[in-house]
Design a protein around this ligand. Structure first.
Ligand SMILES: C[S@@+](CC[C@H](N)C(=O)[O-])C[C@H]1O[C@@H](n2cnc3c(N)ncnc32)[C@H](O)[C@@H]1O
Length: 264
């Protein structure tokens, strides 16, 4: 099995578990991601969430009045799970929300047909820079001029900045390749922005450093020798602190890049 097949089979297993937290084990961080991305979605917008997993974020975006939201995932089990959650959402919201099977490399939408595209750690799963660029071009194609891509993905430099703090405090560095859980290819910030420069304007860039500092530095120090846990209450405090004091220390792999398609 090559890495792509291995990753797809891991995602299929995760989908079969039906546990939406298994596509984002750091659930507090995902809440921060969603809250951040919501700030770029306006009432009535046509929204696509690529790599939607079991649909958690897409449902939140559909709560914004009048939006029409599609979640897209290349694992059919993810789409099935996402569709199964539709029975629990209010009917009016469900009518504006759909989940479809397909790849971010071939998005089944017409050119310039969307207002907002969100990616919560999907492009990292493409494993090569070449395919990540292909996905960025494809997202650019489906966005209308002035439309916005909210990219929430890991970067090498963000992790390095976090690891510098961790090692200074005697903690081990978090491995870069994500192999302990899922294969991923983190972006290189300069490479990413050099490339997107030809397609998009960088509207905003944001780290979640307050959350990472408390969650990945203070938390493990506090609970040692026990291992840190994603469901530890200190992560809730870390999230609340992030909301009040955003990115106080610029560190942490997950970074947000808000990219606006140029108006020709
Ligand atoms: C880390 S998970 C995140 C899932 C979800 N966004 C969340 O936050 O819970 C990445 C998701 O991207 C999907 N994915 C990976 N490659 C994809 C591709 N080429 N096209 C569409 N989805 C893809 C995976 O199946 C998985 O559901």
């Amino acid at each position: 099995m090559n890495d792509d097949e291995l990753l797809a089979s891991r995602y299929a297993e995760i989908a079969a578990s039906g546990d939406h937290t298994s596509t984002a084990s750091d659930v507090q961080l995902r809440e921060l991601e969603i809250e951040y991305a919501r700030g770029f979605i306006r009432e009535g917008d046509r929204v696509l969430d690529v790599g939607c997993g079991m649909g958690y974020a897409a449902i939140e975006y559909a709560r914004i009045p009048g939006t029409r939201v599609t979640g897209l995932d290349y694992i059919s089990g993810m789409v099935d799970q996402a569709n199964s959650t539709l029975v629990d959402v209010p009917e009016e919201l469900g009518r504006r929300l759909e989940f479809i099977h397909g790849s971010v490399l071939e998005i089944p939408f017409r050119d310039a047909s969307l207002d907002v595209v969100t990616s919560h750690r999907c492009l990292m799963a493409l494993l090569t820079w070449e395919r990540q660029r292909e996905a960025l071009r494809e997202i650019h194609r489906v966005l209308r001029p002035g439309g916005v891509l909210v990219l929430l993905e890991g970067t090498v430099e963000g992790l390095d900045r976090l690891n510098a703090l961790r090692t200074a405090m005697g903690l081990s560095a978090i491995p870069a390749d994500g192999r302990d859980r899922l294969l991923t290819r983190k972006f290189r910030e300069e490479e990413l922005l050099d490339f997107t420069d030809s397609l998009f304007a960088l509207t905003e860039r944001r780290g979640f450093g307050t959350y990472y500092f408390v969650g990945r530095v203070v938390h493990p120090l506090l609970v040692a020798p026990d291992p840190p846990r994603y469901d530890h209450p200190i992560n809730e405090i870390a999230r609340a602190l992030e909301q009040h004091l955003p990115n106080l220390v610029d560190c942490g792999h997950l970074q947000a890049f808000v990219l606006t398609k140029g108006v020709e």
